[in-house]
Every structure is written in C-alpha cells, then in structure tokens.
Design a protein around this ligand. Structure first.
Ligand SMILES: NC(=O)c1ccc[n+]([C@@H]2O[C@H](COP(=O)([O-])OP(=O)(O)OC[C@H]3O[C@@H](n4cnc5c(N)ncnc54)[C@H](OP(=O)(O)O)[C@@H]3O)[C@@H](O)[C@H]2O)c1
Length: 242
C-alpha cells in the first residue's frame, strides 16, 4: 500500500446523507478536497441553506419517507463511500411522548437502516464502505433525550450487525461516535462561554470537538488504511465518555 496515496479519493463517489450542514457538511468538504465527487442531502431545497454547495451535488431527502430513500439510492449505480450523518433530536421533554420517541427512532435508526440496505448494491459494486455517525450518547445517555440516546445505541449495534453480515460481500461498515461539537443541533449546549467553560472542566481534553476532527476520521475509515476494520465505531469525544 502506498501511504501517500491512501487519502486520494479521486474518481471516488461519496454520498453523505445529512451533509447539508454541520458534521456532514464538514466531511463533504474533506472528501471533496481529497478529490472525490461528493453528494450531500438536506431536508429542504439547497437555496434555503446558508451554505455553498457549488463544489458538491445537493439532493433533497427526508428519511421519514422510505420511497424517497429508495428513489435516491436507485439513482446511483456505484458508490464508494456512504456516510450517514442524518440525525435529529427533540428537546424540552418531547422525546418522552410516543410521537416524539417514534419520530427520532424513525430518523436516526429506521431511516439509516433503510439507507444502508437501499445503497448496498451500489456499494457492493465498488467493494466500498459505509460510515454511520452515532454519538457518545450511545455509550452514556444524554440527559433528557431518551429517544436520541436509544437510537444512537441502536445505531452502534446496527453498524456491527451489518458489518457482520456484509463483510463477505466485500462491504465494510463502521461508525463514528462524536462527543460535543458546535453545530446547529447542539447550539443550545455550545453557544455561551459559560457552557464552554463548564464542558471544558468535565472533558479530559478540555474543550469542545471540531468538525475537522470528525472529518479526518471519516477519511481514515473510508481509506485503504482501514481495509481490515469493520464493525468499529471510533469514539471522537475528547475523552468525555471515559
Ligand atoms: N454535533 C455534535 O456534537 C454531535 C455529537 C454526536 C453525534 N452527532 C451526530 O452527528 C450527525 C450530524 O449532526 P450535526 O451536529 O452535524 O447536526 P446538524 O447540523 O443538525 O445536521 C443534521 C443533518 O441531518 C439532516 N436531517 C435531520 N432530519 C432529517 C430527516 N428527517 N431526513 C433527512 N435528513 C435529516 C439535517 O438536514 P437539515 O439541514 O435539512 O435539517 C442535517 O443535514 C447526527 O447524526 C448527530 O446525531 C453530532
């Protein structure tokens, strides 16, 4: 293996669901910078975001609708890397109602299962890999968000189950478990300097994570350097889950 070429993704097709913003958008920029042709999804039309998608292909997708997932996946013959960064959370006790609990399980777990199975033929065609973004909440539940925490623990196990089943098909399935990183999803926990200081006191590395620190691990897991790694979720949380 030529180590210098391990992060060259020229001629590779990368699909990042939930790449409209946040961690997914950061990973999209990293793969695009490494030469890949990158597709991202968001729930709204591209012109409703304050992001530059000119170097990416943008697709509208709501994973609550299984027929949208099927149609999106069928538009690809070959995919080298599928990153599922789609994720949602409901605050203010909404996840304690059945409707709220089901919604989050549907987006964060059922929707991602649907994406993985729908894209399997295209990923098998390249002997590629899948990366599911779970969370440090899969290790220790986040307070007040039971559906989010349960869905992420489920997603981590789903990653292992699919890795077990699809290894012989030549498809690797891995995950990333981020800690706390400022994005729109976490704005209510990361916006003030008091919140930052409080988190820094608890976190062994003493700060929030950065989007680039997740993107680097995604490149590694998708690269030939990780060719014997499957069913693994890489914890990128500054040690907060220790
Ligand atoms: N930031 C963190 O600290 C952190 C920590 C642990 C895990 N994570 C996980 O990392 C992933 C990315 O989160 P983020 O922080 O980057 O948040 P974000 O900026 O809110 O991104 C979430 C993405 O998921 C998409 N999405 C939400 N509901 C959807 C639906 N029903 N169908 C399709 N797409 C949907 C969003 O689309 P729209 O832009 O259209 O809403 C967006 O593209 C999530 O799975 C999250 O749970 C994040």
């Amino acid at each position: 293996m030529n180590i210098n070429q391990a992060f060259d993704f020229s001629d590779k097709t990368v699909v990042i669901t939930g790449g409209s913003d946040g961690l997914g958008y950061g990973m999209a920029q990293a793969f695009q910078g490494a030469g890949a042709s990158v597709h991202v999804t968001g729930t709204k039309p591209a012109d409703q975001y304050d992001r530059d998608y000119s170097q990416l292909s943008f697709h509208q997708l709501d994973v609550m609708h299984t027929e949208q997932i099927a149609a999106f996946a069928e538009s690809f013959k070959e995919v080298d890397v599928l990153v599922n960064s789609v994720g949602a959370v409901l605050y203010k006790k909404q996840e304690f109602s059945r409707a709220g609990f089901e919604k989050i399980l549907t987006i964060n777990l059922v929707g991602i299962m649907d994406l993985c199975t729908s894209f399997l033929p295209a990923i098998m065609a390249t002997q590629g890999s899948i990366i599911n973004i779970d969370s440090a909440a899969s290790i220790r539940p986040s307070s007040g968000v039971p559906a989010y925490s349960a869905s992420k623990a489920g997603l981590k196990h789903l990653t292992k189950a699919l890795a077990q089943r699809w290894g012989r098909k030549g498809v690797r399935v891995n995950g990333i478990s981020p800690g706390l990183i400022p994005t729109k999803m976490t704005a209510n926990q990361t916006s003030s300097s008091e919140q930052e200081e409080q988190f820094a006191r608890m976190c062994p590395l003493g700060r929030f994570g950065k989007i680039d620190e997740v993107a680097g691990s995604a490149l590694f897991l998708a690269s030939p350097l990780a060719s014997y790694i499957t069913g693994h979720s890489m914890v990128i949380d500054g040690g907060i889950s220790i």
